[in-house]
Ligand binder design. Structure first.
Ligand code: CMC
Length: 426
């Protein structure tokens, strides 16, 4: 509800324009600029740095203070006391489940882990060296061709079934990408296993040898899923909402989200971190790369550092750093050259004036890349794992969009092209 008003005076418009101001449960007040259209004005905000594109009850971030809340619960507490599927339930339904609700939720997700057998043939249409994100864009979008019985976006039950299907099938589709790339047979899911165990087994088991589940690695995988589950209105989530606003089916919307996540400025960063560490090669080369990162005329940036919203620290990266230490200790990895480079980069960036003054802290992707590499997951799969984890956030936002009064998304623009002119032969 608007309990305050903002007043805007524009040169040449001889009246004061009154705009409602809304107050959320957390965060800054929001000026409702919709009345401006009636006055022949638009706002201009490339990169959406000052624009709330929607109202949401799912996730809150206070970047200045390093706070991330899902449905009000701090991410650190969820990472410590909940597992990924519990966080999925919370994001989707608004409350933590009772033990009975949790058991039912886990069971229902498990009943949807297999994918239509014909989907397997899609993989054969790709080159073996295709980037797995390219395959994911294709196969997730293609799900809409298989599950016609849940595509009525106005039916809450259909939306719920789609959510179950997406949560359950993403690990299966992701592991199939990896198996295809190395020419091994696909491994079917096993519904007696937990979510992370099942994913790791589909990745690493073969028909000749089962995968031995290591609880430390499973828990680390589950934490990576949990820490990436949602992050309010970032580029892919906004993409999913925008695609959804036209009435597109949820599988198509999630495919759009996967495409938006792919870039190195966002989801592609964890893969870019490992590539950068390999490029740096050894600790002696670090100073040259630091200088490149600081050079305003050089586009090079230190991957895994900085964040659009967190200008203090990323609360997820603390949990991730601790998990990283646990995984490396469990696997006895102490003298990996990449790890030495990562540790030295982290040390320099936390002390160097350039990084400190710009608040460029290591972000969640800096540590998750190191953990995934240690578990044995190839770098090309890193962004796929991010997409798998974030699917619950996307589907929760998509569901929220359709559960409340909504409008098709249609941004406007500041046009700076040619003014109206006459065709030369007209
Ligand atoms: N290395 C070197 N300089 C940097 C970096 C970096 N990684 N990030 C920002 N800067 C500098 C930038 O050059 C600018 O300097 P100046 O003020 O002198 O012009 C200043 O810091 C502010 O940067 P910005 O471009 O205004 O920041 P932004 O909010 O637009 O960009 C970012 C945020 C995440 C895209 C950027 O920090 C970046 O490219 N980081 C590397 C990629 C990365 O790790 N991305 C993953 C983000 S976490 C994903 C998630 O939340 O899920």
């Amino acid at each position: 509800m608007a309990d305050k008003k903002a007043r805007l005076v524009v040169d040449g418009v001889d009246k004061e324009i009154e705009l409602p101001v809304y107050h959320g449960t957390e965060g800054p007040d929001v000026v409702d600029v919709r009345p401006l259209t009636g006055e022949g004005l638009f706002t201009y905000d490339p990169g959406f740095v000052s624009t709330a594109s929607c109202e949401s009850k799912i996730t809150y971030i206070d970047g200045a203070n390093g706070v991330l809340l899902h449905r009000g619960y701090p991410i650190e507490e969820l990472a410590e006391h909940s597992d990924y599927l519990e966080v999925c339930y919370l994001l989707l339904n608004g409350e933590l489940p009772t033990p009975e609700q949790k058991a039912k939720f886990d069971y229902t997700v498990n009943q949807h882990t297999m994918v239509h057998e014909q989907l397997r043939s899609f993989y054969n249409g790709f080159r073996r060296d295709a980037h797995p994100m390219a395959i994911m864009c294709g196969v997730v979008g293609a799900l809409s061709a298989f599950y016609h019985d849940s595509l009525d976006i106005n039916d809450p039950h259909h939306r719920e079934v789609c959510a179950y299907r997406l949560i359950a099938k993403m690990p299966t589709l992701a592991a199939m990408c990896y198996k295809f790339s190395i020419g091994q047979p696909f491994i079917y899911p096993r519904n007696d296993l937990g979510y992370a165990d099942n994913f790791l087994r589909m990745m690493f088991a073969t028909p000749c040898e089962d995968y031995k589940i290591n609880p430390v690695l499973s828990r680390a995988m589950d934490k990576i899923f949990t820490l990436h589950a949602d992050h309010e209105q970032n580029a892919p989530t906004s993409t999913v909402r925008l695609a959804g606003s036209s009435g597109a089916n949820p599988f198509a919307c999630i495919a759009a989200g996967i495409a938006a996540l792919w870039g190195p400025a966002h989801g592609g960063a964890n893969e870019a971190v490992l590539k950068m560490l390999a490029e740096i090669g050894s600790v002696e080369n670090i100073p040259a790369f630091i200088e490149k990162a600081k050079d305003p005329n050089d586009p090079f940036r230190l991957m895994g550092f900085g964040h659009r919203v967190y200008r203090n620290f990323d609360p997820r990266s603390r949990v991730m750093k601790q998990t990283c230490d646990e995984v490396l200790a469990e696997l006895g990895i102490t003298d990996d050259p990449m790890l030495d480079i990562a540790k030295e980069l982290e040390r320099i960036a936390l002390e160097d004036e350039y990084f400190v003054s710009r608040k460029l802290y290591p972000n969640v992707d800096f540590y998750s890349g190191i953990i995934l590499k240690a578990i044995g997951i190839p770098t090309s799969m890193f962004t796929v794992i991010f997409a798998l984890s974030r699917t619950i956030g996307w589907i929760s936002h998509w569901n929220e969009f359709h559960s409340s009064p909504n409008k098709i998304g249609r941004p406007r623009q500041l046009y700076t092209g040619e003014p109206k002119r006459k065709h030369p032969r007209a």
